[in-house]
Design a protein around this ligand. Sequence first.
Ligand SMILES: C[S@@+](CC[C@H](N)C(=O)[O-])C[C@H]1O[C@@H](n2cnc3c(N)ncnc32)[C@H](O)[C@@H]1O
Length: 264
Amino acid sequence: MSASLGFDRAVSYYDKSRAIPDWVSSAVTDSIIELGKLTPRSRVLEIGIGTGRIALPVLKRGLPVWGIDLSLGMMAELQTKIANRDLCVTLAQADANALPFPDASFDCVYAVHVYHLVANWQKAVRDAWRTVKRGGCFLVTYHKRDPQSPNAKLRRRLFELAKEHGIDARRPGSQSYDELRSELDKLSPTQLVEIARWLERTVTVSQILGEISKRLFSDTWMIPENVLPQLMPSLRDWAQREFGRLDYAVREEEEFSWMVLRKA
Ligand SMILES: C[S@@+](CC[C@H](N)C(=O)[O-])C[C@H]1O[C@@H](n2cnc3c(N)ncnc32)[C@H](O)[C@@H]1O
């Protein structure tokens, strides 16, 4: 498999395309604090901190956060957001596979939508676990799409079309929620905690096709830039046959759940 997928290419549109409602953001922040039993003296690490979508609300609650990411561009966005504010953040460009911290450094380590991007992700989850203190916790979430949703069906079909062109479009990291969870279970039995469920948006099949062709999400990034436009007409024809109409509107629901690991 290839190297990890950093997000430099997504900096300009990341926050807009991955926005979550304020109440979900609050619920996620509360959950980190409660599950980690955190106080302002606790030490928190986010793996793949990106633009701070998750970390910024935690910082605003007075907790010190360390963050690592491959992408300097993503972390520069976070730095812009916190400029001149009295927030305690320490950022480093690092690979999730080789965390620059000693063993047992943090009360809580968390990762949101990261391990599907990380080459040698099994080593990376072990490295994260290494940095958790005894009595601390490791929280991991993975973006799941309803496999029966038009969005998931379109993306599966795109992968098949890529394969027919001899392209393996799989990202370098874990390939599924189940695969990630079973690896985490080897470290400590995971507990699943649902934090929020919400209607993310109503979208048409045609809009989803537009997002795919613009390569907004990382599941299209393994397909070479010159090949994707060649696949789009076949995908569009397939969608027309599968869904009948391209203006067919779909409700997309989202869920945020943690896999929680506690270190005895
Ligand atoms: C989907 S974004 C999630 C960002 C943030 N956690 C959030 O939820 O908004 C994934 C992030 O992981 C970073 N990333 C990918 N592979 C990585 C690796 N091997 N080590 C560190 N960061 C990595 C990307 O650069 C990107 O910022």
